[in-house]
Design a protein around this ligand. Structure first.
Ligand code: UD1
Length: 339
């Protein structure tokens, strides 16, 4: 297939781009490079040994998005582009709703105008909200407690409505748990701009000496060691989930399919710190801090549906996730080059 990858130079988009190329697809990237660097594309070209077509456009620009669909032919879209920092979304709700909803609406408008009917969407386990029991199942109700989370809930709803209006649409809502790790080469990985919000990039920056210590947010959660637990999965397993979902959209009769992508196994903050120290051979200094507002004690997937319907499992271990993150971080202490 010829596939448009929005946000293809971002963390998950870049890893998925390589796997789609390896699976024999032709890819075109659209990215506004607001949270990523164009040098990612150079790395992707080196790793895939192929020229990668890319368009520096902002998807909220409806005319530019329509022009893209007029210039190129696509069989499917994998839509990663979006803002994803919870704290920033609380401070800048209008920007979050405008960007995340605006880009999806613009994309759907162009898809309809140009007859593109397959879409894989980057959703998040955040749509299970604050009170969901674990393991989390796709059938659970959705909710959110911050603007970022609401943009995911709302985009899912928009996509369900669009599929209901056009029975030929085939849409996959992929609910990611906590993606971590990096490509085995160490050439691409997560490169947050500014201060990272997520645990793994913070851990990696402490290990490499960019920060002094890691704050442990909350030590009194009702978990075995008192720190919160998450379902970390390797970004390469996650990328493989997109390839499997796209294949499945070619054969399913369901207009909308929702799949959790996670391992089903929780890991605590302390366990991840210990695993990272072991994989990197570096000491990780931690400092106890209060709970982070909005955090939940436990979040992990029931990944059975993805296994049964897609034949997909996230098999890489916590050690693989830490070792691969460390290879990326130690080879690129300051992330991707500017030029
Ligand atoms: C966070 C978001 C989630 C979003 C996801 C991907 C919140 C409340 N949730 O998920 O909506 O989809 O990122 O961007 O922000 N931790 C520390 N010290 C740190 C950083 C994190 O102890 O310096 C702990 C957190 O309290 C949490 C765990 O590490 O228990 C994982 O945190 P993080 O990587 O931010 O992921 P989520 O909170 O699961």
């Amino acid at each position: 297939m010829r596939i448009l990858i929005t946000g293809g130079s971002g963390y998950i988009g870049s890893h998925t781009t390589l796997q789609l190329i390896a699976a024999g697809h032709e890819v075109v990237i659209a990215d506004n490079f607001s949270r990523s660097k164009p040098s990612v594309i150079d790395r992707l070209e080196t790793l895939s040994d192929a020229a990668i077509k890319h368009h520096a456009i902002d998807l909220t620009d409806r005319e530019a998005t329509d022009r893209l669909f007029a210039q190129e032919t696509f069989d499917a879209v994998v839509h990663f582009a979006g803002l994803k920092a919870v704290g920033e979304s609380v401070a800048m709700p209008v920007e979050y709703y405008s960007n995340n909803l605006g880009s999806t609406l613009s994309l759907l408008t162009a898809m309809r105008a140009h007859g593109v009917r397959k879409l894989v969407f980057s959703s998040s386990a955040t749509v299970y909200g604050e009170h969901a029991p674990v393991p989390m199942r796709e059938s659970f109700p959705t909710s959110a407690n911050n603007p970022y989370g609401w943009t995911k809930v709302m985009q899912e709803q928009i996509l369900r409505d669009v599929a209901a209006a056009d029975p030929e649409m085939r849409i996959a809502l992929l609910r990611y748990f906590n993606p971590v790790g990096a490509h085995q080469s160490g050439m691409i990985g997560e490169d947050p701009q500014g201060v990272p919000n997520n645990l793994m990039p913070l851990l990696a920056q402490v290990a490499v000496g960019r920060r002094d210590h890691l704050r442990l947010y909350g030590q009194d959660y009702p978990t075995p060691d008192g720190t919160a637990r998450r379902d970390y999965l390797h970004v390469e397993d996650l990328a493989a989930g997109h390839v499997a979902a796209l294949d499945k959209l070619g054969e399913t009769a369901e207009p909308v399919s929702t799949w959790n992508l996670g391992t089903g196994t929780p890991t605590s903050v302390r366990e991840l710190v210990a695993a990272f120290a072991e994989a990197s051979g570096r000491e990780i200094r931690t400092v106890d801090a209060p709970r982070r507002p909005g955090d939940i004690a436990d979040s992990y997937a029931d990944p059975a549906r993805a296994e049964t319907e897609l034949g997909w499992v996230a098999a890489r271990t916590i050690h693989d996730m830490c070792a691969d993150t460390w290879r990326w971080q130690s080879q690129n202490p300051d992330g991707f080059p500017d030029a």
